[in-house]
Structures are given as C-alpha cells and as structure tokens.
Design a protein around this ligand. Structure first.
Ligand SMILES: [Zn+2]
Length: 398
C-alpha cells in the first residue's frame, strides 16, 4: 500500500471536513470557507494549518477584492492521483483522476466471453502500468482506487456474489477487492456501479444543487442508484437492479430472475435485441444489412433513428414501458433530478426522448412537477469510474 494515503488519514476530523468543502467548492477564500462553516477565523486557521503545511490544500491565486488587500484563494492540491475502475458486463473502464475528479487518463475495453475475473484484473493492471508511464507519474502519488461494479455484492468481504449475464463464466463469488488490491498494490474502496455514478452526479455533476437524485444505467440490464435527502438508498446485498425487476405487466413475459413482466424484460439491451431478432426473422428482407446473429443494439438503435419501421416500433415500445415504470418510481421517491445514462440511452435519442416524455406524462403530479431530466448526466460514460473515486474519497475523508 502507498504511504500517501496516510497523509489523508492522519489529519483531524475537522481538517477532513474543510478538505471536503474545498474539494467540492474550491477555489475559496478563507472568508468564503467561514461563510460555509460558521467557524471563527482563529479556529479555521488552527484547523487548516496542518493541511496547508502538508500541501493537501494550497494557495492557488489571488481572489477578487472588495476593497483593500486582495484575499488568497485556496484549493485542493491536484498532484494526488486516484484510480477509478468500472467493471460492467459490456465493458470495463479505468480512469485516473485528481482530487477534484478531473479525468487525466482513461482506457476502456469490451468484455467479451474471454474476460474471466483473472483476465479482467490483469488487463486493468496493465492499463494502470501504461497510464503511470504515459503520464510520467510517481506510483507514490497514487492515493487509492475505487471500484464500481455489478451487484449483488458483499461489500464487507469485497465480493461480487452471483450477478447474471456476464459473458464469461467465473463471475460467481469473486473476491474482486482482494484481487485488485494485490494486482495494483493499492487500497480499494468498492461499491456498486449505480451508487458510484449517482454519487458523482450528486457531489460534482448534474445533481450538485439538489438533495434528491436518481440515476439509471441501461446496459445489459437496468441499474439504478438513488440519493434521497442526501443519502444513498442502500438495499440488502447492495444490488442495483431492484427497479429493473419491478413488475410492469403482471401477466407478462418470463424474466431471467424467475418472475414475470419485469421492466428489464421490455426495456433493456437484451430485451430489445432479442425482440428485434425474433421479429426480423418473420420479415422477407433483412433491413440491417448484416447476418441476423451479428445484429447488436447499436445497429437497431441507429436503424430506428433512420426510420426503419421494425427497429422504430421496438425501441418506441421499450421506451414507453420504461417511461411508465419511471413514472411509478417518480411517484414513489419524488426525485428532483433524473439522469438517464448507459450504452443504450447514449446511443438512442428516440429511446431517451420517449422515455422521459412518457414519465412526465404519466407521473401523478405531472402538472406541477419540476423534474430535471439529463441524458448521460454531467459525467456521461465516465460516471461509474469517476463515481467510484468520489465514493472512495468520501470514505477516506469521512
Ligand atoms: Zn425480473
């Protein structure tokens, strides 16, 4: 493990609070910090001295003057580096960020059927080695790594338990935290991907000014993270697919979970691809221009945008089902901000537009609701990996 993590651990609780405030709101003058914290200047000076001395907080420039001497501006030191890892079922992404979650390095690879846990961890290690070399970093400047991955999981033991739909076998009871800690020689903080993403959007992104935010990620399944009144809503086994398996049609199709008529049966990449392939077989001509077995969700989404009748019909229906389920969710939790993201949402304007419009029409307080919908949010495809860093830093300076 690196020693640099101790520089963060060894400061007082009060200093950690100031560090968190400056990280999220900096650069700030001391007067602005006093305004946020209600501290006296002498108290602030006493608290802030050790973190200025060890350069966790630095003077960055001179602020605006309201007359008299111009005040100094303080911000966090951006020479510290954090690694964010997003292991999903379609892809894995690794980012390097600074303390303010600016991405300084990014690599991504697709998860095909060869990516066992061992191969995935080895590839992540190689990406990190390359990144350190490319950016000419000192390993000692890397503080820790955050991991956002697929549930259900055991956070205490650092296990991925038994998620469905990984393309490779071997993703059951994986001690992923330990594997990554050994490979990267860094402390790892782990959470599910949707919680990671919603935290990034809440603290630094589209939900920054709000207390209630919901994040939906459409990949192979539908993953949901919720912050209500400033707190992550956590469930047993830290799963992220509770919404995906809400029943939208009590007499509906059989779901991979064993139940019937779940949202995921209609509105996920897997559902859309399966339906399209079934129905195109009944048509006399293949409108996509490649063998049916090779058609993927991107082909279908792009065909729908170009007006392909079958693709349009299937995406429209999938979005209406999700939009209706989203209206139910909004009725229950009343979010101020809804971020709709993930590979399917990002590639299909039709899916996004119909989803949020249906949700707006169908929620019961539609006439006076003022909900902000964002496609991709502020962090787009980086939300989970950057959010994994955001959660790790929060835990470090809590
Ligand atoms: Zn289900």
């Amino acid at each position: 493990m690196t020693e640099v993590i101790e520089e963060f651990r060894n400061i007082s609780i009060d200093a950690k609070k100031i560090l968190g405030i400056v990280q999220k709101n900096g650069p700030l003058t001391k007067a602005q910090i006093l305004n946020i914290t209600n501290l006296k200047l002498t108290t602030l000076n006493r608290i802030i001295k050790p973190i200025i001395d060890n350069k966790l907080i630095i003077e960055v420039s001179i602020g605006e003057s309201t007359g008299g001497r111009k005040p100094s501006l303080y911000d966090v030191n951006n020479n510290y580096v954090f690694i964010g890892i997003d292991i999903s079922r379609i892809y894995t992404q690794v980012v390097f960020t600074d303390l303010k979650l600016n991405v300084i390095y990014k690599e991504r690879f697709n998860m095909d059927s060869s990516y066992s846990p061992e191969k995935t961890v080895n590839k992540i290690k190689q990406i990190c080695i390359d990144g350190i070399k490319k950016l000419k970093l000192k390993k000692a400047n890397i503080v820790l790594a955050g991991l956002g991955t697929v549930g259900p999981m055991d956070l205490e033991k650092g296990l991925i338990k038994n998620p469905i739909n990984f393309m490779s076998s071997g993703w059951e009871n994986v001690a992923i935290k330990e594997m990554l800690q050994e490979a990267l020689e860094l402390e790892i903080y782990m959470d599910n991907g949707a919680n990671s993403a919603v935290t990034a959007e809440y603290l630094f992104g589209s939900g920054k000014a709000f207390k209630n935010i919901a994040y939906f990620n459409f990949g192979r399944g539908i993953r949901t993270g919720v912050i209500s009144n400033g707190n992550i809503i956590r469930v047993i086994n830290d799963t992220e697919d509770a919404f995906a398996h809400m029943t939208i049609d009590f007499d509906g199709e059989k779901c991979s979970c064993g139940n019937y008529g779940c949202v995921e049966c209609y509105s996920s990449i897997m559902a859309i691809t399966k339906k399209f392939k079934e129905e195109i077989k009944n048509l006399k001509k293949n409108t996509i221009g490649k063998p049916i077995e090779d058609i993927n969700y991107v082909d279908i989404c792009l065909a729908a945008e170009k007006g392909d009748e079958l693709a349009y019909k299937i995406i429209l229906e999938a979005a209406k089902v999700f939009g209706t389920a989203l209206a139910n969710f909004i009725n229950l939790l009343n979010p101020e901000v809804v971020v709709l993201s993930g590979p399917l949402m990002m590639v299909s304007n039709l899916f996004y537009n119909v989803s949020y419009k249906t949700a707006k029409e169908r929620c019961y307080f539609s006439n006076h609701a003022n909900i902000f919908f964002y496609k991709g949010g502020y962090f787009k495809e980086n939300a989970i990996s950057v959010g994994a860093v955001a959660i790790a830093i929060e835990k470090l300076i809590l």
